[in-house]
Design a protein around this ligand. Structure first.
Ligand SMILES: Cc1cc2nc3c(=O)[nH]c(=O)nc-3n(C[C@H](O)[C@H](O)[C@H](O)COP(=O)(O)OP(=O)(O)OC[C@H]3O[C@@H](n4cnc5c(N)ncnc54)[C@H](O)[C@@H]3O)c2cc1C
Length: 366
């Protein structure tokens, strides 16, 4: 079977578009299938960490982000329920609060400029790998490709179809976000810590702040809503009181997803589809962009070698290494967030030693 294109990417989120841009820049013919009809919105805290900012620039998409849709982030500030706080600086080049629709639009524009074909409203339904190509089945017909990249998010259907899913014993955690129309009052992401839940306030534009909650299953009885979660954070409620809503609430979860591997013959997983721990460290976007870029760059060589699992091994190793570092930091922060006395002591120490906090942040993001 001959391939119509070199690479078929499923999902026009940050992971899929980063892969597509890097692969197209490396000279490959790339098609992206996205089920949404336009660059998609998503439940997200929208804080891009320094590695993600660097990757966005390297992909040529940073300059395409509309200035009013983003805001610089200089650091992270943890706030306890008693009002005590500890702030640390992000390493160079700092972070970026960025509205997801603007991020997706900038990446999509860059992909088009690189020659990627974007198929909106195209739903992937399955795939079958053959000797000379892989067939991606979609609602708009079959597409034969040299390799399929599944960047179809947290609950990836293609990951399941490939048999790469692994059960996880992690506690089920969920996220919900909404935006309010208010000029950001800080250049820090504020992380408010309460029993069983965290609230993230992120500047996400020149006149917008995103409010995202994370919580563990069982925290709330009955229907979950933005208002009910906000009740648990009186300081946040006071801060945004009277501000107009700037988006509809969006939720996601359960967050933890595990994989057996990220590659199979003529198939690769990237972004949330390739495994996820939690959003508490705000690193999913960076991981998606960094790993997507590495995957795209590795594909010409992998295709020359038949895009077998062995040929995709350099990407598998790179992604596994990036994920291990992210997972370690994420699980450590989650463990701290779950233990009130440890949390209080850690915040107290970091509040008194801001340089130590800066160093820890730099190390955890290295
Ligand atoms: C509450 C919350 C807060 C977060 N906060 C942050 C933060 O502050 N900073 C950070 O870096 N990360 C954060 N994250 C994580 C971040 O949102 C994800 O890591 C990131 O979106 C992963 O990108 P992705 O491209 O892998 O997946 P997605 O962005 O989910 O994109 C997947 C795409 O695939 C498409 N798709 C799915 N199935 C199909 C199909 N069958 N056919 C065609 N298309 C399909 C979807 O429509 C979607 O557009 C947060 C997550 C949550 C839930």
């Amino acid at each position: 079977m001959a391939a119509d294109v070199d690479v078929a990417v499923v999902g026009a989120g940050p992971a899929g578009l980063a892969t597509a841009i890097a692969a197209a820049e490396a000279g490959l013919a790339v098609v992206v299938c996205e089920r949404a009809s336009a660059p998609p919105d998503k439940a997200c805290g929208e804080g891009l960490m320094p590695a993600g900012v660097r990757a966005l620039a390297a992909l040529g998409a940073r300059e395409l982000v509309a200035p009013e849709e983003c805001a610089p982030i200089e650091g992270i500030c943890y706030v306890a329920q008693d009002g005590s706080r500890a702030a640390g600086a992000l390493p160079f080049p700092g972070g970026l609060g960025i509205r997801r629709t603007a991020l997706a639009a900038a990446l999509a524009r860059r992909a088009e400029l690189c020659g990627v074909e974007l198929r909106w409203g195209c739903v992937a339904e399955g795939y079958a790998a053959g000797p000379g190509a892989v067939t991606l089945r979609t609602n708009a017909g079959d597409l034969a490709a040299g390799v399929v990249v599944a960047a179809d998010g947290l609950h990836s259907q293609l990951r399941r179809a490939a048999g790469l899913e692994r059960p996880t014993r992690a506690a089920a955690r969920f996220g919900l976000r909404q935006h309010v129309r208010v000029p950001p009052w800080s250049r820090h992401v504020e992380v408010h810590l309460a029993e069983g839940a965290q609230a993230f306030l992120t500047p996400a534009g020149t006149a917008r702040v995103g409010v995202a909650f994370l919580w563990e299953k069982g925290l709330l009885e009955g229907p979950v809503s933005f208002a009910r979660l906000l009740e648990r954070f009186p300081a946040v409620a006071e801060r945004i009181a009277g501000a107009a809503e700037d988006s509809r609430p969006r939720g996601a979860g359960p967050l933890a997803q595990a994989v057996r591997a990220r590659t199979a013959d003529r198939f690769a997983l990237v972004g949330d589809a390739a495994g996820y721990v939690d959003a508490i460290t705000g690193e999913g976007l960076s991981l998606a962009l960094v790993c997507g870029r590495a995957l795209g760059e590795s594909l010409p060589e992998a295709l020359v070698r038949g895009a077998s699992r062995a040929a995709l091994a350099p990407y598998e190793r790179f992604a596994a290494h990036e994920f291990r570092r992210y997972a370690l930091v994420c699980r450590t922060v989650l463990a701290l967030a779950r233990r009130p006395s440890l949390r209080r002591r850690a915040l107290h120490v970091l509040g008194r030693h801001p340089r130590l906090f800066d160093r820890l942040i730099a190390l955890s993001l290295a």
